[in-house]
Ligand binder design. Structure first.
Ligand code: NAD
Ligand code: MG
Length: 394
């Protein structure tokens, strides 16, 4: 069996590191072709030492010079590049079989879309790509014969619970609804008054998952689930009214699919991203992910509740943007990125996040999602509007 060449976009992040954990277990199957990161060159250098990739990519020329010097000193032959064009090259290189899309936020759109246009196998963690440009991206996947495998745990669970031919249409497969589970995050039961005083540290302390800071804040506001509703819509061609969010605090059931005969299929597992990563890497085979066995006796019980829309207005904003269509989800996503960054910088209170997003959606009309340029223009306009409002929201 020929080894698969893998590029990891976002190698130094939570998903990137977990991907390398799985790949480390299977050196006979996978070879790291390129490791791409932003600024964390200490981690990237250690990864280069262990996996000896052909290429490494960082943000700018200065960081590239620094990493290159360290690689030379260590006797590594890794070719160090920088910038967006290099990310696109690594995502589309003819030698690459699979691209792990694990950059956080809008920054991942261009290289991931380029991977689709190059017909690659795409392991998609970077959900913002589908939120911003779901139509463009899924069309590129179809037209260029790319393979799209969801890594987000919920979407991976849905993928596993659907029949193999689901792309012929969910109705044809007898699917009635998708039940998207949500942990409810760290503030599911906190008194509403306390949400006013939430700190970045508290928001990033997720009860079940260890993740990057942006997605941790999204989980606390439940915007993460809102983004995932949009992601599910594009991945499975499912209308919004057939996607039901179910709060399930244990995060053991990763999502469910309900069929017209009353059957409900689910995927369960420990909350460990190495499971969906290993699934996507090896699909349609199964490989060891290094994940502990699920101990149902230790878990004891599974609970479910309806989402609380007063507590989590972000979820409704995402449904509204999806219904509005066009560039509205890109506007929602950009406003959220600006608001979350301001919250992490202590320039915006936690409850200001949905207010910034709602006001940005109100201020900007949604246009058609015609081309990448239209999406990037909507993203830039929304960032400007949202940033201009940060100081005014207290
Ligand atoms: P993270 O913050 O831990 O890592 C982000 C990675 O992206 C880092 O390697 C960083 O170097 C890189 N990066 C950041 N900005 C960049 C830029 N402008 N250009 C190039 N690279 C850049 O994030 P994460 O938690 O690993 O999440 C990555 C993506 O996966 C997100 O879209 C997130 O929503 C999704 N996801 C994460 C998890 C999880 O458990 N962490 C689960 C499901 C989905
Ligand atoms: Mg998820």
């Amino acid at each position: 069996m020929r080894r698969q060449n893998v590029t990891i976009l976002g190698a130094t992040g939570s998903i990137g590191v977990s991907t390398l954990d799985v790949i480390r277990l299977h050196p006979e199957r996978y070879r790291i072709f390129a490791l791409c990161a932003h600024t964390r060159i200490d981690t990237l250098f250690e990864q280069c030492r262990e996996f000896a990739p052909e290429f490494a990519v960082v943000r700018d020329a200065a960081l590239a010079g620094e990493l290159d010097a360290r690689c030379r000193e260590a006797g590594l032959r890794t070719d160090v590049r920088h910038g967006m064009a290099a990310l696109v090259d690594m995502a589309t290189h003819p030698e690459v079989d699979a691209v792990m899309a694990a950059i956080v936020g809008a920054a991942g759109l261009e290289p991931t879309l380029a991977a689709a246009c190059a017909g690659k196998k795409i392991l998609l963690a970077n959900k913002e790509v589908l939120v911003m440009a779901g139509e463009l991206f899924t069309r590129a996947v179809r037209e260029h014969g790319a393979t799209l495998l969801p890594v987000d745990s919920e979407h991976n669970a849905i993928f596993q619970s659907l029949p193999a031919d689901f792309s012929s249409g969910l109705e044809n497969c007898g699917v009635r609804r998708i039940l998207l589970t949500a942990s409810g995050g760290p503030f599911r039961t906190a008194p509403l008054a306390e949400l006013r005083e939430v700190t970045p540290e508290a928001a990033c302390a997720h009860p079940n998952w260890v993740m990057g800071r942006k997605i941790s804040v999204d989980s606390a506001s439940m915007m993460n689930k809102g983004l995932e509703v949009i992601e599910a819509h594009w991945l499975f061609a499912c209308p919004p009214e057939r996607i039901q969010v179910v709060v399930h605090p244990q995060s053991v059931i990763h999502s469910l699919v309900e069929y017209v005969d009353g059957s409900v299929l689910a995927q369960l597992g420990n909350p460990d991203m190495r499971t969906p990563i290993a699934f996507a890497l090896a699909y349609p085979e199964r490989i060891d992910a290094g994940v502990a066995q699920l101990d149902l006796f230790a878990i004891g019980r599974l609970d479910f509740e309806a989402p609380d829309s007063d507590r989590f207005p972000c979820l409704q904003l995402a449904y509204m943007a999806l219904e509005a269509g066009g560039t509205a989800p890109a506007i929602l996503n950009a406003a959220n990125e600006v608001a979350v960054a301001a919250f992490l910088d202590r320039r915006l209170p936690f409850l200001g996040i949905p207010r910034i997003i709602a006001a940005t959606l109100d201020a900007l009309p949604s246009g058609p999602e015609g081309s990448l340029a239209d999406v990037l223009a909507a993203d830039a306009a929304a960032r400007q509007v949202a940033a201009g409002m940060i100081g005014a929201v207290t």
